[in-house]
Design a protein around this ligand. Structure first.
Ligand SMILES: [Zn+2]
Ligand SMILES: [Zn+2]
Length: 211
């Protein structure tokens, strides 16, 4: 954590309240209950007979209780360092998929957030799994942040809403990272963009899901 954010937000574990730590490893680990991966496209179990090409969706928790509180704190309270710790906890507790590169879902074009919480998570996962993170995805359409939309309009996200503008993928296997997966629509768009750019989206990872 950098000095400025330390001063603005005196740290304590958001789970047990212990002072002087961004979050205890054990507390974060206790929030993660690894479940079998889901099909990113329909939310059923993976591999999915209806969508054999769909990436696996891995996640740490259901979007509820403390797991949800942490996401809100990370997104809206400027508690960036927590994201990296949450990412590390995910990587410690989830089965590592094949993947050479991590890429976070980018902030929406009109987002006023000072940092991308999905990137913070990806950096934490990178720390543990020792694979690089690249912010290659960009929104090409001006979509409303999901919190302002109803579930039905979220499902209507155009397939080409995201584009890969990073280094050439040349057949690389890619893991996409986001904080929350609600309908799978954003992560599916990200998978399309990676595929279009010549990469293989093998998995998507979210801190929590409310599928
Ligand atoms: Zn704690
Ligand atoms: Zn499916």
């Amino acid at each position: 954590m950098d000095v400025a954010s330390h001063m603005a937000f005196p740290v304590h574990c958001p789970v047990c309240g212990k002072a002087g730590v961004v979050a205890c490893q054990a507390c974060l680990d206790s929030l993660i209950s690894p479940k079998p991966p889901k099909c990113l496209l329909c939310g059923k179990s993976f591999p999915c007979p209806s969508h054999p090409a769909s990436p696996a969706l891995l996640f740490g928790a259901l979007h509820d209780g403390k797991a949800r509180d942490l996401v809100l704190r990370l997104k809206y309270d400027g508690y960036k360092a927590l994201g990296r710790e949450m990412g590390r906890a995910l990587a410690r507790n989830l089965r590592r998929p094949e993947g050479e590169l991590l890429t976070p879902v980018p902030l929406h074009k009109r987002s006023e957030r000072p940092y991308n919480q999905a990137r913070a998570l990806a950096c934490g996962i990178s720390d543990v799994w020792k694979i690089p993170t690249e912010e290659g995805l960009k929104w090409v359409v001006d979509v409303e942040p999901q919190t302002k939309l109803g579930a039905s309009s979220r499902r209507m996200l155009p397939k080409d809403a995201l584009e890969w503008r990073g280094l050439p993928l040349n057949g690389k296997t890619v893991i996409i990272v986001d904080d929350v997966c609600t309908t799978g629509s954003t992560l599916s768009c990200a998978a399309c963009a990676v595929e279009k750019a010549g990469g293989f989206p093998v998995a998507a990872i979210a801190w929590s899901v409310s599928l």
